[in-house]
Write a protein that binds this ligand. Structure first.
Ligand code: SF4
Length: 435
């Protein structure tokens, strides 16, 4: 088997770095396993161990701080046929601790190489989750007041099926990695090595002292009997195959011509409880009935029945890439909270912008074409204003037609609610209501 090491990108670690030893041993393990580059995914984390994905001619994914295991989990679930290797330092391991524990609990078939050199090498030698309390590191006294984590027992307690602890200088490192990769479940290898670039400038740590320290600890050499069980992906696929199949999402077919051939941006401004978001949703459904592409963005605080509610809807015959509305074609002003939230918007309106405005909601001066509606005298309550405004729009055959709106309501509502909605639309579109 040809080497999978990337000739164009030889390892670039500091001279004497333990990571380089692991790089070569991992390559040897791939060779022993007769794996092709196309059968392997290298998923790396941050720090110096995060460079690993670039050293191999394999698939690669470079992740973020402590999250490498999450991406690797998704990759392995989607492609169980691939061998997925994760490299992570003791820094990323501490940052992504919850992800580590979750992966242990699942026992998914990944091999995690923890390149443990007891500090954040790349960023200046600060303390990590495994730094001994008596070490001298680049973050002052902080490591002296935190108990370091012993990786092996922690992951074993969390459910990892395979746990080993060893030195990167072990002569049989390639065979040990190979054994971990062969294990059908989550394998965690706590590999101790030296970081001459940072850690050993002020701390004594050598291959010999690493060997002595590991020998003094309980041996961790492979499968954890209590945690051996079916691999997560195997269980997942078995369960999923028994689950009732999902109904296909319903499809809205094009039935009507759209009143406009252009991309249209509509902003609905109101307050909580005014069904602003529902109004935006109905507008999207209406657009779909004319074969338009639609996008909806909503803005409201986490509070219930209090505060602003704004919905921004785009209807377009073309695919919608940019989902922002710089200058809207239509603004529906239905409540003062929404106006306060988008106050600066009004200065940008042009004479082409239609503003459907509730008579009891003041707005800043603007150049838009204002259509004032007295919802109160029409006895249209606040929660019905959004739908009534849509009916006015449809009555003017602008943006949507009446047939598009009625069809959208039939999609969104059923029975009594639909009847009420249709009767409101009728009322709001009667002559004399639309200004
Ligand atoms: S800083 Fe430390 S871990 Fe990083 S490459 Fe240098 S020796 Fe290796």
């Amino acid at each position: 088997m040809p080497s999978l090491l990337n000739k164009n990108r030889p390892p670039v670690f500091c001279p004497g770095c333990g990571h380089e030893t692991v790089t070569r041993a991992l390559n040897k393990a791939f060779d022993n396993l007769q794996l092709q580059g196309s059968e392997i995914v290298m998923v790396s984390d941050i720090g110096c161990s995060g460079l690993f994905d670039t050293f191999f001619n394999t698939h690669a994914f470079h992740g973020l701080h402590g999250r490498a295991l999450t991406y690797a989990t998704g990759i392995k679930l989607a492609r169980p046929d691939l061998t997925v290797i994760v490299t992570m330092g003791d820094g990323g391991l501490g940052i992504g601790g919850a992800h580590l524990l979750s992966t242990c609990r699942r026992n998914i078939d990944l091999t995690l190489l923890v390149l443990n050199n007891f500090n954040y090498g790349m960023t200046g030698g600060q303390f990590s989750s495994t730094t001994p309390q008596d070490a001298v590191v680049g973050s002052g006294f902080l490591n002296q007041i935190e108990k370091p984590m012993d990786v092996g027992p922690v992951v074993a307690a969390a459910g990892a099926g395979y746990v080993s602890r060893g030195s990167v200088y072990d002569k049989d490192l390639a065979q040990v990695i190979e054994k971990a990769i062969r294990f059908k479940g989550f394998s965690v290898m706590d590999l101790w090595g030296v970081c001459p670039g940072r850690y050993t400038k002020k701390n004594r740590l050598t291959p010999k002292s690493i060997k002595e320290a590991i020998s003094a600890l309980p041996a961790l050499t492979g499968p954890v009997e209590a945690n051996c069980r079916d691999e997560y992906g195997v269980q997942y696929r078995a369960q999923a195959s028994q689950a009732p199949s999902q109904e296909h999402p319903f499809k809205i077919e094009k039935q009507f011509p759209a009143p406009s051939a252009n991309r249209i941006g509509v902003m609905i401004l109101g307050g909580a409880g005014q069904r602003i978001v529902t109004g935006g949703e109905i507008l999207c459904y209406a657009g779909l009935t004319a074969g338009l592409n639609t996008a909806q963005k909503n803005d409201y605080p986490i509070t219930v029945l209090r505060g602003h509610s704004v919905s921004e809807v785009i209807l377009s015959p073309d695919a919608i890439g940019y989902t922002g509305i710089d200058i809207p074609d239509v603004v529906m002003v239905l409540g003062p909270e929404g106006v306060a939230r988008r106050r600066e918007l009004f200065a940008s309106l042009t004479a082409d912008t239609m503003v459907i405005k509730a008579s009891d909601v003041p707005i800043p001066e603007c150049d838009g074409k204002i259509l004032t509606v007295d919802f109160q005298s029409l006895k249209i309550k606040a929660p019905d204003r959004a739908l009534a405004a849509l009916a006015i729009l449809a009555g003017l055959n602008t943006v949507i037609s009446m047939e598009m709106l009625r069809e959208a309501l039939g999609i969104r509502f059923k029975e009594g609610v639909l009847e009420k909605a249709l009767s409101l639309v009728k009322k709001a579109s009667e002559p004399g209501v639309s200004p």
